[in-house]
Structures are given as structure tokens and as C-alpha cells.
Design a protein around this ligand. Structure first.
Ligand SMILES: [Zn+2]
Length: 806
């Protein structure tokens, strides 16, 4: 039993000091009679990649001798029910006494009955109201009670299943989906607690033959999902949380408390790292700890207390998921420190001209997950003459031989850590209120791809002369957002550039802007970068700066809450436009919301409007091969922005302006600083601060609004049928109007604001009409004391309501 040999020799690892001496007896007790004590010299075995023998057994698993024949057997797993009408079930060989798989050949069907909110997405793929799949072949992998359930329900048979089916499922996971299922199975095989994983590879006859139904309580987001990896039906068809029956603990395996990262990057971009990671187990009995590490960063060793540990990391082009095998199970809440050494190319690319592009952003070190708030101590060694900007506070900056060595520290736990470096020039601006430093970093020379275009009719591509733009944008945004959302705990923000031009990104105290954001519109036009951008270049900097609050300071719990991160950042950009450009501001603001609305309600190339595909709470899984892979971008950013904008406009008051909105957002930031907020928590925060007018359902709840716009896909048509101004006997103006709301369900409610453009040119809010369902409101409103007729009445003047027509 080589597994036990290695386990024993490193058994002191991650035990409290007092336990060290008694470690072996404790370990023996856990594994009971299975254990035979074999003393081994510490140097004789070198644990390395994929060498764990139990892992190897799972990796090379084949069908065993055991089989049952089944008749009308029902296997219910959450909202999915497998009916095995007739056929044979062959089991895989046991590993550590656990049977983790079975192959079925015969007649069967699979009924999936997910929560109501998931049915429309399912229907998008099946075109049917009820989901009922037929199959003749099925592969199951599990660590739950499936083995017992199948055995109990069948009668012993001779076997004769197709072993190729199991191989096919292994091949799919490794080479196509690139997820290491065996590493996940190993977690449960080596745990002291009951397993809870269930995966079904369904070769469907009606919808698709490449379907996977998964139940996994580990990880973030939902625990149950059904997906297809068929080219034409790629996507997650349904995803939802566990129903809560008989399941063990749910959620992430570990929380990382501290990372000490020592990172060296060579001129060619090659990165080598040593990470000392202190984490706490969130689940009892775990021995296999998964980490997120970029696939080309190859792990050389993992140690704890100087003792080498076994780890898993398959080929970089396959299922390269990194996981560490601890010598003994951890208790829930038990702390453990491991040191990982790793290195490789492709995580950072040398783009030429002293430009470097960090490809791996949240997994250039062994990470748990984005949004696990962690404190960091980081040392970076880069070639002399290059400059680096990183997350955290700069502690020291020295030259050591041919290297520039900087030390960074973040005592405030951060959602993620990162860096940007290159042959950069730096410029700083100091803000006094709030006390804050904004720095811009621009590369002295363009990257290779841009350098090729330079000359001829092209303008100058040096971005150093363009630094003022992002610098002043960030400066203005920091002041404005602090006023609206409250102060940042960070004292500095580095606006750096990356040589790719199709996205920007924001880490704590560090923003990557696309290099092209530093170019002026003439140069961008020459590069062909201004077509169909929907105002992108105007908002990329204010959007990324806003992520210091949304996504970094306040985290978001799962993919279902990501609309708040992107939506609130986009919303913040609208505040920026409304305030930054003087006379032009109002137009910029209106143009922005028009662009946002178009993105939400215009049909894409595949004929789908983003708003119809699903609610914002479906996040990035709105992207699929049926509706298009642009849906999430077209929906969660602009609609997320609209949702917050609608809240702002409902809270806006003639006397106090944005006061109520600011209080709400500042309370939200304060409450969820360094935490991951959920959509429901944000709703509760609005309910805490809502005006009486917003209590549309009379229950002090905002469900009416969230059900429509956040969890739903409602889109009303709001129409101003007529608006007239007459004068009454006393000479006061009387305003008569009719508005109609349509295209909604009967319980759709909305506050629809009416503005008047006065004779002097000012636009004022007259009031908000409460509209319930498909209805009209017709009123005559005497405007007391107003003698001069307004120029016109306007509905939704500030794009107050997301509607199909304004
Ligand atoms: Zn963003």
C-alpha cells in the first residue's frame, strides 16, 4: 500500500504542534484496520506530480467484474430523475473500497424538472415545455449513495457492458472539457466524510448525445447543472442550487488567509514563483485541496513544514487543474500552510518594445477563487530598467544585480492580487480630498503589433504623451465616486496599460487600460478601432476605476451576483459622464443610456435580444451557442447599470437630490467591505433606505422591482399619449396628460416620472405616476403659480425607466 507509506511519513504536516508526537496514532485511528504501519526513511519517496497511488487508480480506472441487471429502476438526483427501464449496469473497480462509477446500457430516460426560473433557458435548447430525454447509454460517476442504490435496485448479472463508454467519458473530461474529474473524485475518496458528487454523461437520443448532469456541493455558484458540450448546443441549459436534503456541507473547500508570493519574471516573460499559502479548511475531513493555477505554470514541488507533498497537475494542454494531497484530513476550521514552487512561459507575454502582457490575472499564483479576501506579502524580481506596479502598498524598490526587486504588502484583505510591468514612464497626481495618489504608467514604446503600423499616415503611437488623459479621468472619478459611494481604504491607484485593446481590468489599486485607450480618437480611427464601440473609449477608464468599489472593495458572491460588479461599474461611468464634461455632460449622459438600451434590446446576429435570453442573475452562462456568446456582455453590464440607475432615479428628490441614493450606496459599501454581497443583500439595503413612494406593493419590500428587472425579463412600453397646457381662471397653467403602460404582465408595477421643460429652458421633475399592469393614467394637474406655459412635457427624461420606447 504505497499510499499509506507516503501518508505516514508526512503525517506531522498541518497538525498543531502539540499533536505532532501523537500524529501517527491519530492517523491510524482514522483509517482504522486498513492501516499497516510500514516505517519508511523520509528520503526514500519523492512525492511529485500525479504520483499519488489512489489518484493513479482513479485515473486508470476500468470496469470491474460487478454488474446488475435493472428493470424499472428509478434514480432520483435533485431535480433530475433517471428511469432505467431495462438493461445492465456494470460497475467500475473499487478504489480504496469505494465504487465511483457505473456504465448503463439498455433503455432509459431522464426527466429534468428544474425550478421555474430555469425553464425558459431549458426550452431555448429543447423547444419543449417538458424536458424528457431518452438514452440507451449512460455513464455515471459518483461518491454519493448511487452504488448502493443501483445494487439494491438490480439483480446480479453477468456484465457485458461497453467499456468504451467509460473511456469516452474520461477522454471527454480530459481532452475536451479539460476538467480533472479524477482529482475531484479523489477529494471524496480520501475524505473521512460521506461523499456527495454525482455526474451523469448522458448520450441522449432526443436533444443531444453530449449531455452532462452534475451535482457537486463544492465550489461557488449553483451546485446542480445540466449542460451540453455539443458544438451546436454548447451551454449550461439549467443550473440551480441544491434542494437541501441530506447533503453535507456546501461551498468552497478552503479560505486562504495569507499569501507570501516571491515571483521572478525574466525578459522573455518566463515566470517562476514560490508561494507560501496559509489556508483554513472550510469542510471537515478534506485531504485533497484544489487550487486555481494557470495551466502553463508547472508545479515543481509542494511542501509543508519542509516535507514534500503529493500533488496533481496534468498536461498543460489537458485537464491541468492543480490540487494538493495532504497527508492527513483537516478538521473544519483547521489551518495549514503549504509552499508551492512553480514556473513556466505563457502566463506573461513579452509583446516587444518593453511591453509585457500578464495573461494569467487571478491564477499566476496558486489561488482559491477570486473574491476570497486574502492578505498578501509579495516580492517581484524583474529585469533591471523595467518598472512594475502591483496591488498593495510598495514597501521597497531596489536594484539587485541585474534585477529590479520590489516588495509589496497588503494588510487589508484583497479579492485578488496582480501586477503590470514593462519599460514604463510614471506620472503621479496627489488628491487632497480624499487624500489619494493617482498614478499613470505608460509604455515608452508601442508593442510590436502597433510599431508595425507606425509611420506613413499613422499618428504617433507613443502613449507617454497621452498619459494625461487616463490620469485626469481617474483623478476625477476617484473624487466623484468617493462622494457617492464613500471612501476607499486604498490610498493609491495605478492606471497602467496593456497591449491588448479589447478589454480593461481592475484589481485593487491597479487598473489595466487597453493601450488604445491612451490613443486619441484620430489614431484609434486609423487603427480601425472606432466602429461599433458604443462609446466604449469614453467609459473604459471610469468603468475600471469604479471596480475599485464594485468587485474589489465590495465583492460579489457568485456568478449570479456578478451583474452588480459589472452593472454598478457601468452605472458609475454614467455618473462620470454626467459630471465630467461641463456643457457637454448632459448629451454624453443621454448618449450613454441610449447606447446601453440598444445593447439590451436590439437583436443580435442570431436574432436574439439580450433582455429576452434570461435575467441578469444568470450572469455569464447567458452565453451559449443558441443565443450567441455576446449575450452576457450585452446584458449584465448595461442592464445591471440600468437597474441601479432606476433605483437612483426613484430615490431622487427635488429638495435633496441624490442624498437618499448616496446614503444607500455608502451603507452598502460600509456593510459589505471585504465581503461578498448577494443580490438579495443588495435588495435588503434598498429596502432599508427606500422612499415611501417606492413601496409600490405596500409591504416595505422591493420584490415588485427585483422580480421584474433583476430576476425577470420584463420590458414595458411606456407611452405619453398626449400632453397639453392650458390656463385656468386664475391664470395658472393646467397640465393635462395621458400615459399608457403596456407589454407587461398584470402585476408589473412601475413609477414613471414626468418632467416639464419650462419656458426658461430648465427641466424639472413634476412627479411620478404609479402604473400597475397594462394601464393608462389620465390626469389634469394645476401648476400653482406657474403663469408661463412650459415648452413641453417629457416622460423618462433621464432614462429613468428601462422601457422599449421612451
Ligand atoms: Zn468591468
Amino acid at each position: 500500500m504505497p499510499l499509506l507509506i507516503r501518508s505516514l511519513r508526512a503525517v506531522v504536516v498541518c497538525l498543531a504542534a502539540a499533536l505532532t508526537l501523537t500524529a501517527e496514532p491519530v492517523f491510524v485511528a482514522i483509517l482504522g484496520s486498513l492501516l499497516v504501519f510500514i516505517p519508511v526513511a523520509p528520503q526514500s519517496v519523492q512525492p511529485g506530480a500525479n504520483s499519488d497511488p489512489t489518484y493513479q487508480q482513479l485515473r486508470n480506472l476500468t470496469l470491474g467484474a460487478e454488474a446488475v441487471s435493472v428493470n424499472n429502476l428509478e434514480l432520483k438526483r435533485e431535480a433530475g430523475t433517471f428511469h432505467l427501464h431495462s438493461g445492465t449496469v456494470c460497475f467500475v473497480a473499487p478504489v480504496q473500497g469505494k465504487v465511483t462509477g457505473a456504465v448503463f446500457v439498455g433503455e432509459g430516460n431522464f426527466i429534468l424538472d428544474p425550478p421555474q426560473s430555469e425553464k425558459s433557458m431549458l426550452k431555448l435548447f429543447t423547444k419543449e415545455n417538458e424536458f424528457s430525454e431518452k438514452f440507451e447509454r449512460l455513464v455515471l460517476r459518483f461518491t454519493d449513495s448511487t452504488y448502493d442504490d443501483l445494487k439494491k435496485g438490480g439483480s446480479v448479472a453477468a456484465g457485458g457492458c461497453d467499456a468504451g463508454l467509460l473511456k469516452d467519458s474520461q477522454h471527454t473530461m480530459r481532452h475536451r472539457l479539460k476538467e480533472n474529474l479524477e482529482a475531484r473524485l479523489l477529494e471524496d475518496v480520501l475524505t473521512t466524510e460521506p461523499g456527495s458528487l454525482f455526474v451523469a454523461f448522458i448520450h441522449g437520443k432526443r436533444y443531444n448525445d453530449k449531455e452532462i448532469y452534475t451535482i457537486d456541493p463544492r465550489g461557488g455558484g449553483d451546485q446542480v447543472d445540466f449542460k451540453s458540450y455539443d458544438e451546436n448546443k454548447t451551454g449550461i441549459w439549467a443550473s440551480f442550487p441544491l434542494s437541501g436534503r441530506n447533503m453535507g456541507p456546501v461551498g468552497k473547500t478552503i479560505h486562504i488567509e495569507h499569501q507570501q508570493l516571491d515571483t521572478t519574471i525574466e525578459k522573455n516573460g518566463n515566470l517562476t514563483g514560490k508561494a507560501t499559502t496559509t489556508f483554513v479548511s472550510r469542510i471537515a475531513g478534506i485531504r485533497v485541496v484544489p487550487f486555481d493555477l494557470f495551466r502553463t505554470l508547472r508545479v515543481q514541488s509542494v511542501t509543508a513544514d519542509g516535507q514534500p507533498l503529493a500533488f496533481i497537475q496534468e498536461d498543460k494542454n489537458d485537464d491541468a487543474d492543480f490540487a494538493v494531497v495532504l497527508p492527513k484530513p483537516l478538521r473544519a476550521g483547521e489551518k495549514c500552510t503549504i509552499t508551492t514552487t512553480y514556473g513556466g512561459k505563457e502566463a506573461v507575454l513579452n509583446e516587444g518594445g518593453g511591453n509585457y502582457y500578464p495573461v494569467a490575472r487571478e491564477n499566476w499564483y496558486p489561488n482559491s477563487f477570486f473574491g476570497d479576501y486574502v492578505s498578501y506579502d509579495m516580492t517581484f524580481r524583474i529585469p533591471k530598467g523595467l518598472k512594475i506596479a502591483a496591488t498593495g502598498e510598495l514597501v521597497s524598490d531596489n536594484t539587485d544585480g541585474g534585477q529590479n526587486v520590489t516588495v509589496w504588502k497588503s494588510d487589508i484583505p484583497q479579492a485578488v492580487a496582480g501586477f503590470q510591468f514593462g519599460k514604463m514612464k510614471e506620472e503621479e497626481v496627489k488628491l487632497t480630498s480624499p487624500a489619494f495618489v493617482v498614478a499613470a504608467y505608460a509604455n515608452e514604446d508601442p508593442p510590436e503589433w502597433a510599431a508595425h503600423m507606425q509611420g506613413g499616415t499613422m499618428g504617433n503611437l507613443s502613449t507617454v504623451s497621452m498619459m494625461k488623459g487616463p490620469l485626469s479621468e481617474a483623478q476625477f472619478a476617484i473624487g466623484l465616486y468617493t462622494n457617492y459611494f464613500g471612501p476607499l481604504p486604498f490610498k493609491r491607484l495605478a492606471m497602467t496599460q496593456q497591449s491588448v485593446c479589447n478589454y480593461g481590468q481592475s484589481w485593487p489599486e491597479l487598473v489595466w487600460l487597453p493601450t488604445c485607450a491612451f490613443y486619441d480618437s484620430t489614431v484609434r480611427h486609423q487603427l480601425g478601432l472606432d466602429g461599433g464601440d458604443r462609446g466604449y473609449w469614453k467609459v473604459v477608464a471610469p468603468h475600471e476605476v469604479a471596480h475599485q468599489w464594485w468587485g474589489q472593495l465590495v465583492g460579489f458572491n457568485s456568478y449570479r451576483d456578478q451583474w452588480m460588479s459589472e452593472g454598478f461599474a457601468d452605472f458609475s461611468a454614467s455618473l462620470f459622464l454626467q459630471n465630467a464634461y461641463g456643457k457637454r455632460s448632459q448629451k454624453e449622459f443621454h448618449d450613454f443610456w441610449e447606447d446601453e438600451r440598444k445593447s439590451i434590446i436590439e437583436k443580435n446576429a442570431m436574432g436574439y435580444r439580450a433582455i429576452d435570453v434570461g435575467p441578469v442573475t444568470m450572469g455569464y452562462r447567458l452565453n451559449n451557442s443558441k443565443a450567441g456568446f455576446n449575450i452576457a456582455r450585452d446584458l449584465i453590464y448595461p442592464k445591471g447599470a440600468y437597474i441601479l440607475h432606476m433605483v437612483r432615479m426613484m430615490m431622487w428628490d427635488r429638495q435633496t437630490g441624490d442624498q437618499r441614493f448616496k446614503e444607500t450606496m455608502q451603507d452598502f459599501v460600509k456593510t459589505y467591505t471585504g465581503k461578498a454581497a448577494t443580490t438579495e443583500e443588495f435588495k435588503a439595503m434598498i429596502e432599508k433606505h427606500m422612499s415611501r413612494e417606492m413601496d409600490m406593493a405596500g409591504d416595505q419590500k422591493m420584490d415588485w422591482f427585483f422580480d421584474e428587472y433583476v430576476y425577470g425579463t420584463a420590458l414595458p412600453l411606456e407611452k405619453l399619449d398626449y400632453a397639453t397646457f392650458e390656463t385656468d381662471a386664475s391664470g395658472d397653467v393646467v397640465f393635462a396628460f395621458k400615459i399608457t403602460q403596456s407589454g407587461v404582465s398584470d402585476n408589473f408595477r412601475m413609477l414613471v416620472p414626468i418632467y416639464l421643460e419650462l419656458a426658461n429652458g430648465n427641466t424639472v421633475l413634476l412627479g411620478r405616476a404609479k402604473l400597475n399592469g397594462n394601464t393608462s393614467v389620465e390626469r389634469k394637474v394645476p401648476l400653482k403659480g406657474v403663469k408661463e406655459k412650459p415648452r413641453r412635457a417629457l416622460m423618462n427624461y433621464y432614462d429613468d425607466v428601462l422601457a422599449s420606447v421612451n
